[in-house]
Design a binder for this molecule. Structure first.
Ligand code: ADP
Ligand code: MG
Length: 376
């Protein structure tokens, strides 16, 4: 008898893992190869290709309607690709030679609205993903999962009795218990109010790291993607436009649209002359852009700084709003019609209705050809 209990406890540990020991998931890689998808005449995804390495947290980032959820549904097997292949841990699950149904893919899926069963207790909701096991074993594993997310004491409650953050943790536990090779999370924090979001995000990230899950997380929020991703996959209108670390995509955005997606940007047009672009805020290197052609200079608000005692470019501070850690200013410069936005950090704050000396931080400047290409 004692042996049986010990054995099932062991199974439980293997399945779910204890804090700081083996992970809950058997991380597998995910490969998307030139996947296309249409509904009727409407092309929703165009030749999307990327890979997610085992144990990696990849964020699919893009504006609403760009095809993120559709891509998750294809990976989960809820839709079939029109062309291309999807491989899970090296095995084709969708493509010309195979279609593995959703229940046979080792995928964990968490929807935007959490999709908990309202008529089931928290424990039963989590155990739902373990239908192939005996009831007792499934409950044991589900309880461990709930302990892991700090909700064991709420196991007999129903979803409506929980806060948004707690519901999110139940949904996450439910997606993780079957030890998926890949975990798909669709806008997992968007249902939470702002105040909670950061905390829940940090807790979720800690849990995902601990379970060493391979994760594909979908979000339209660049800040969220930067805070959680090992790698960001930027999507737009059904295409993958850029991939890289959060640092890569923020500091080397692929084109003007990608630059704007991360923050408000100040935009100035100039002409390429002798390898440079002259603007009222200074001269910027034009790389290989064509001589005589117009070029776009984009300056992030953090890139407009106070010159602090040095000679700079004079600007008139139309507006200065104190935001706590920064001051957000609207500044008029000679030769530029519209005021520019400057976000000034630190204690030295420009005053509304006064002039101040500004300088431009070259690291926060992105130059593009008229057609949107980045110079080399
Ligand atoms: P996202 O998750 O990035 O907001 P979706 O993948 O939900 O975007 O949708 C991408 C586009 O495809 C949208 O324009 C949406 O209206 C359209 N779409 C998605 N699914 C269907 C469908 N079943 N029928 C028709 N249009 C669809
Ligand atoms: Mg969506």
């Amino acid at each position: 008898m004692t042996d049986r209990i010990a054995e099932s406890e062991d199974t439980v540990r293997q399945r779910w893992g204890m804090r700081g020991t083996a992970g809950a998931t058997i991380a597998g890689g995910l490969d998307i190869e030139t996947v296309a998808f249409s509904v009727g005449e409407v092309h929703i995804l165009h030749n999307v290709s990327f890979s997610v390495k085992p144990g990696e947290i990849a964020c699919l980032l893009g504006p609403s309607g760009c095809g993120k959820t559709t891509l998750l549904r294809l990976v989960a097997g809820l839709e079939r690709p029109e062309a291309g292949r999807i491989l899970l841990d090296g095995q084709e699950v969708a493509g010309p030679s195979a279609f593995v149904p959703p229940e046979r893919r080792k995928i964990g899926l968490m929807f935007q609205d959490f999709a908990l069963f309202p008529h089931m207790t928290v424990l039963k909701n989590v155990a739902f993903g373990l239908r192939d096991l005996g009831r007792k074993e499934a409950k044991g594993i589900a309880l461990h999962a709930l302990e892991r997310v700090g909700l064991a004491s709420r196991r007999q409650d129903y979803p409506h009795m929980l806060s948004g953050g707690e519901q999110q943790r139940v949904a996450l536990a439910r997606a993780l218990v079957p030890r998926p090779q890949v975990l798909l999370l669709d806008e997992p924090f968007s249902g939470l109010d702002e105040r909670l979001r950061e905390q829940v995000r940090d807790e979720t990230l800690a849990l995902l790291r601990e379970t060493r899950a391979t994760v594909m997380l979908v979000t339209h929020d660049p800040e969220e993607a930067m805070g959680i991703a090992d790698r960001i996959l930027m999507m737009r209108r059904g295409r993958l436009v850029q991939e890289g670390t959060p640092h890569d995509v923020f500091t080397r955005p692929a084109d003007p649209e990608a630059t704007r997606f991360f923050s408000t940007v100040n935009e100035l047009w100039g002409k390429v002359k002798a390898g440079n672009i002259d603007t009222p805020l200074g001269t910027f290197a034009a790389g290989n852009l064509t001589e005589g052609e117009p070029a776009l200079v984009m300056i992030r608000p953090q890139g407009l700084r106070l010159a602090r005692g040095q000679v700079g470019i004079e600007g008139y501070v139309l507006e200065a709003r104190f935001m706590g850690e920064t001051t957000r200013c609207s500044v008029l410069f000679k030769g530029i019609e519209e005021p520019l936005t400057a976000v000034i950090g630190g204690s030295q704050r420009p005053e509304k209705g006064h002039t101040a000396q500004f300088k431009v931080d070259d690291d926060q400047v992105h130059v593009f050809a008229q057609g949107g290409q980045r110079p080399i």
